[in-house]
Design a protein. Structure first.
Length: 187
């Protein structure tokens, strides 16, 4: 992990919190203002380092690396794998691909109780589901993940990967579509 972080130019002595959204922390629908509040809450915390994918560069914050849109999926997967958690405070979503991608890479997710997100994140099992638009609870979720033991973190990582393997693969999706088609044909 440290070599991977070094290769990406990321700190090896901090917990990396990834934010991924078109427009990054400036996207209001993906909770950019809430992400900014979390960044501000942890600005003097030596444990935390944030990466804002999709945003505009902000060189004023040494704890924040801002990157534009990433079209290279292999590189994006490397960042997911190098991170410790995904912060996804979306205020309007259904089944966000970003959350599924993060889980597939073993990342726990901190998010609001928005749309279908609680169906993906099992509270305190593979992430933290904060009350909708409740900043105190969102900050508590990030703090909760920052303080987990390495063993509990690894359990969360593995749970996320297994949840994707058991319910969100292309094969599983195809089987579910076939089942629906068979039900329709049998009527």
């Amino acid at each position: 992990l440290n070599k991977q972080r070094s290769d990406l130019g990321l700190p090896t002595n901090k917990r990396i919190i990834l934010i991924v959204a078109k427009g990054g922390i400036s996207n209001p629908w993906k909770g950019g203002n809430h992400a900014q509040e979390v960044i501000n809450a942890f600005k003097s915390d030596p444990r935390a380092f944030f990466i804002d994918f999709g945003g505009n560069p902000d060189q004023a914050n040494p704890q924040l690396k801002t990157m534009g849109y990433m079209a290279d999926f292999d590189t994006l997967a490397k960042y997911y794998s190098a991170a410790d958690m995904l912060l996804y405070p979306s205020i309007a979503d259904n089944c966000p691909l970003v959350v599924l991608e993060a889980m597939a890479c073993g990342l726990p997710v901190v998010s609001f109780d928005t749309g279908g997100i609680p169906e993906l994140i099992d509270h305190k099992i593979n992430g933290y589901v904060a009350k909708y638009k409740n900043m105190g609870d969102l900050i508590t979720g990030v703090e909760y993940l920052l303080t987990l033991s390495p063993q509990k973190t690894e359990e969360m990582n593995q749970y996320s990967i297994n949840k994707i393997k058991n319910g969100f693969t292309v094969e599983k999706m195809a089987d579910q579509y076939l089942e629906i088609y068979h039900q329709i044909l049998n009527r």
